[in-house]
Design a protein around this ligand. Sequence first.
Ligand code: SAH
Length: 324
Amino acid sequence: MDLDRVSEVLADEPAYRSRQVWEWAARGARSYAEMTNVSTAMRARLEEEVPFSTLELAHEAVSSDGTIKALFHTHEGHPLEAVLMRFRDGRRSVCVSSQSGCPLTCTFCATGQMQFRRNLTQWEILDQALHFRRKEPIDHVVFMGMGEPMLNVDAVFAAARRLPDVGVTHRRTTISTVGWLPGLTRFIDEVEEPIRLALSLHAPADALRSEIMPVNDRYPLDDVLAECNRYFELRRRKVFVEYVMLDGVNDSVEHATELAELLDSYIFKVNLIPYNPTGMYDGSSRERIQEFKDTLHAAGFSPTVRLTRGRDIAAACGQLAATA
Ligand code: SAH
């Protein structure tokens, strides 16, 4: 829901009116009709002038593990996807997109293969979460869908700051980045809320990282890691490192040792991601992932392996390409 539009339409009403409308939407209302403390006349005006969602749902798929993927279109028809993950412990986590497509070209990620359209607005980001909030309460949001959040900081920060209204605290909100420095620097300096930071690292040295993540040529490891260290100094919060396990590419014991030397285990928490097929690589075997994990463990880290969700409906990390 575009709350700026709501405020414009209700400009001659007291300001708390648009706040009331937002509170209903944030709590999962399905229509203006449900907003019983807003007058019928006002509701009729909104009905006429402000679409209930900025996004149109084009398709929805449900995985055998309960994960739901939604394909939306913006008003101009640009595609984007969001995913609801349901975990056995009751956690409900929504993965949102920050852009339609992505201008970066990480070789293992399907989103990089599709056409980049544009940055999403804060309302388009929030409407992805609200779509799922209308089904059930949600408690986590990760900015790990399509796009690079640090290329769209104003909208991403604004959306993240409103998430507590939707039931998602800052500590349960994570913004993931390839290490796009201008945006990362702004995040560190401007965001005082305890929103979590994740870094997509995927390689322990520049040559390999540049091969699989061309953005590394622009913002090399030393600079990105120095900025993460500054974040820890300033905010005293750990940085989550994402490391996708590509068979024969970045998954050897030597790579693990190099990674352990590169990172301070006090500052970085490593999360190993089983590769989700996108046609370009093979994923590392379980044994290889275990070995990598053990090596990090022996070096003082407490690595975790990410639970794969929604692979059968191409809803897993790196598979969002808006094909259906
Ligand atoms: N652009 C941001 C936000 C997207 S997060 C970023 O890269 O951090 C999506 C995560 O999934 C990133 O860590 C990305 O590297 C990872 N990923 C991409 N393709 C993948 C794949 N095929 N299998 C598993 N993880 C993948």
